[in-house]
Every structure is written in structure tokens, then in C-alpha cells.
Design a protein around this ligand. Structure first.
Ligand code: THU
Length: 126
């Protein structure tokens, strides 16, 4: 699968975003080493801190289906800047793989690519 195809899946996932508060839909498409892809969207809550980001939705779907070997994630959002994973999502994803590729899109469809280890060099673990 190409980066663009994975990003297209992330964009499609954003259609289900539950965002009555921010009105900012985010979609994620998480690819595993066997080629399987798990998608997710952000799911907000009136208790705002209980909101779950698109990346963590996708990661929980993957883990709960027995997949933990993440190789690439595409994150789609239509902001002015690239839709970067928040700190909590960086830590959450790094639990499973620190060298996965992270593709981050912005309005218009352009995206940038990083290694998770670049975005989160010193993770918490014990
Ligand atoms: N959001 C994500 O889904 N992923 C991120 O990495 C950053 C933020 C969502 C959470 C909230 O629903 C909306 O973007 C605005 O903060």
C-alpha cells in the first residue's frame, strides 16, 4: 500500500469522527507488519479530557484484535498546519513500536513523514 492510499483510508475514517465540541475531525489509518490496517477517528466527550484521539482509537482497535506490530500510521486532519500526533498519542504508539513511520496531513492533502522516534525520542517505559 502506498503512503497516499493509507492517507486516503485515514481521511475516510475521519467521516465517522464524533466532534460536537471542536468540530475538528481527525482520522487515522494504522498499518501492521502483516499488512492489516486499522482505522480510527477522534471521539469527543462532554468531559473534554475523556476525548479519545483518532490515533489511539486505531491503536486500541488493532491491539484488541491481536495486532501490536505497527509499521506506519497516517493521520488526516484539515488544519492550517500538519495534523501531528499529540504527546499522549506519541507515548501510546511508542509502547508498541518506536521506529514506525508517521504521516501527517494538512488541509489540501499535503503530508509530511517522520519516524516516531524523531517525534518522541525519550519515551517512558520501565
Ligand atoms: N486530536 C486527535 O484526534 N489526534 C491528535 O493527535 C490531536 C488531537 C483530536 C482531539 C480532539 O477531538 C480534536 O482533535 C481537537 O483537539
Amino acid at each position: 500500500m502506498t503512503d497516499r492510499e493509507l492517507m486516503d483510508m485515514a481521511e475516510a475514517a475521519a467521516k465517522n469522527a464524533y466532534v460536537p465540541y471542536s468540530r475538528f475531525p481527525v482520522g487515522a489509518a494504522l498499518e501492521c507488519s502483516d499488512g492489516s490496517v486499522f482505522t480510527g477517528c477522534n471521539v469527543e466527550n462532554a468531559a473534554l479530557g475523556s476525548t479519545i484521539c483518532a490515533e489511539r482509537t486505531a491503536a486500541c482497535k488493532a491491539v484488541s484484535e491481536g495486532h501490536t506490530d505497527f509499521v506506519r500510521i497516517a493521520i488526516w486532519g484539515e488544519g492550517k498546519g500538519y495534523c501531528m500526533p499529540c504527546g499522549a498519542c506519541r507515548q501510546f504508539l511508542s509502547e508498541f513500536s518506536t521506529d514506525m513511520d508517521v504521516l501527517c496531513a494538512k488541509a489540501g492533502g499535503r503530508y509530511v513523514s517522520y519516524r516516531l522516534s524523531e517525534l518522541m525520542p525519550h519515551t517512558f517505559n520501565y
